[in-house]
Design a protein around this ligand. Structure first.
Ligand code: ADP
Ligand code: MG
Length: 351
């Protein structure tokens, strides 16, 4: 690529040495990768009769991550988990990864290697292979973009559309933890405050919530299970927050939903955090993004099969609502039995 403006790479980072080191460390020996890192483009052998699923995410320092509260490895891990989660929500299996990186002048190659360690810690359990990327200097902060390629059988792919009236709404794991973890990271340190606010929360709960924010688990096994067994009628991953992501299912499936707020799966740590900070944990669960759990719908006919199979496999699922006609809108049922229209608040850029 012709460069009209090229800020100098950080004095300690040599682009070609770095790529060479990445190539050495992450060299791929698998028959489907014809060319990995090192040529002008990667070449992979596609499988007949399969759909290719592609997803990409861009993370910007100061917008998506803060180097004061996350390590380079955490940033890499979280970026990979976000992409893996998108693949999981399609019911697909992740296979190949491309990483593009802009390195500020303050960046050193050890930072890059730490970042890749985090990326690979999230990807390796799923046998995802690094097949290429791009590297540039940045005149601002760090930029990290991941592109993940997966595969799914045409009969099994899951979409946001597909929810039907009478379906049940489910979610994996627990929600609200990531937002609680993020807020904990951004709180002033206990010593800095006169009345130690953080003392009310146990170290274990604190570490759990911060871990859920910095090292989220993409629900790959759950997504593949839902798709392979035709259990879900629609699915999405929770990246923007339950109320916002639920709206996507409703709009794309042209349905309404009744959300049972009393049923939302809240972790003990999230409840403890909310109690300590005098917050409503349900509000954290509704608006908190980046939990990377799967939100999906299941027909009434499949429901008992789903529940039984989930128990057998040790998957944690919670039924949190039912699908209604579109005109019903999004309504939340409180534990007290009162009903209200759901505000669609979630994290949005540019607002
Ligand atoms: P080009 O000039 O054609 O873009 P590069 O020198 O940027 O070539 O890249 C050479 C090889 O190294 C390519 O296979 C590319 O995919 C890979 N690569 C470059 N940067 C990265 C990176 N940050 N992570 C992984 N692979 C990379
Ligand atoms: Mg390049």
């Amino acid at each position: 690529m012709a460069r009209t403006y090229r800020p100098k790479m950080s004095p300690t980072v040599h682009e070609f040495d770095l790529i060479h080191a990445l190539r050495r460390q992450h060299s791929v020996h698998t028959p489907s990768v014809i060319r990995g890192i090192g040529d002008d483009a990667a070449v992979i052998a596609s499988r007949a009769g399969q759909w290719t699923v592609l997803t990409t995410d861009l993370l910007t320092e100061g917008v998506h991550f803060d180097l004061r509260t996350a390590t380079m490895a955490d940033i890499g891990f979280r970026a990979a988990a976000a992409n893996l989660s998108d693949i999981a929500a399609m019911g697909a299996t992740p296979h190949y990864l491309l990483v593009s990186l802009a390195i500020p002048r303050t960046g050193a190659s050890r930072h890059v290697h730490q970042m890749y360690r985090g990326i690979m810690a999230a990807c390796s359990p799923h046998h995802v292979r690094l097949i290429g990327g791009d590297t540039s200097a940045s005149s601002g902060g760090w930029f990290l973009s991941l592109t993940l390629i997966g595969i799914v059988s045409p009969n099994n792919a899951l979409f946001r559309k597909g929810a039907r009236i009478g379906d049940y709404l489910y979610v994996t794991g627990t929600i609200g933890d990531s937002l609680a973890g993020l807020r904990l990271l951004n709180e002033p340190t206990p010593r800095a405050t006169r009345h130690s606010r953080t003392a009310a929360l146990s170290t274990k709960d604190r570490q759990f919530l911060i871990g859920r924010h910095l090292r989220p688990t993409a629900r790959i096994a759950e997504g593949r299970w839902l798709s392979a067994h035709h259990l879900a009628s629609s699915a999405i991953d929770l990246s923007d927050g339950l109320s916002g992501d639920l709206r996507h299912i409703c709009e794309d499936s042209h349905v309404g939903v009744e959300l049972d707020l009393g049923a939302l799966p809240l972790s003990p740590a999230c409840r403890a955090y909310a109690a300590a900070r005098k917050l409503d944990p349900v509000h954290l669960a509704l608006t908190g993004g980046e939990d990377y759990e799967l939100l999906f719908t299941v027909s009434a006919r499949q429901r008992s099969r789903l529940d039984r199979s989930a128990i057998k496999r040790g998957f944690s699922l919670t039924c949190i609502g039912t699908i209604h006609p579109h005109r019903f809108g999004l309504q939340a049922l409180s534990p007290q039995g009162t009903r209200h229209r759901l505000a669609m608040t979630s994290y949005e850029h540019f607002t």
